[in-house]
Design a protein around this ligand. Structure first.
Ligand code: 5GP
Ligand code: ZN
Length: 113
């Protein structure tokens, strides 16, 4: 997707602070952190949102969650952390490439909505 911000980050056309990378996924620090640790984990394949996950592309999602657990350990988020994926306008999704926020490093607000 040539006009997708996160595809451009994957391609190295836009710089990012990488935390983890393998053949399937990339993790990098959010440019506007909402918590002391705020990392985005994305598939290298362009998937627009959670709504676009299906039986053909869902394997990367389980891999993403393995990567999230590894990153959380590496980042020493021992007190806990939150994983969030905003899907669609009502959830406030601003970048239409599937991404999972890892938020931690402080006591997070409990409100979910
Ligand atoms: P969403 O609102 O779609 O769930 O999350 C998109 C996230 O991408 C936001 O937290 C925003 O700060 C982050 N973001 C937007 N543009 C950039 C960028 O150019 N670089 C990085 N590292 N993060 C970005
Ligand atoms: Zn994309």
């Amino acid at each position: 997707m040539s006009d997708c911000l996160f595809c451009k980050i994957i391609a190295g056309e836009i710089p990012s602070t990488k935390v983890y990378e393998d053949e399937l996924v990339l993790a990098f620090r959010d440019i506007a952190p909402q918590a002391p640790t705020h990392i985005l984990v994305i598939p290298k394949e362009h998937i627009a949102s959670v709504a676009e996950i299906n039986e053909k592309n869902s394997a990367v999602v389980s891999h993403i969650f393995e990567v999230i657990a590894k990153i959380a350990k590496d980042e020493k988020l021992d007190g806990g952390y939150r994983v969030v994926s905003n899907c669609g306008d009502d959830a406030g999704q601003t970048v239409h490439h599937l991404h999972f926020h890892i938020l931690g490093g402080k006591k997070l607000n409990v409100e979910m909505a």
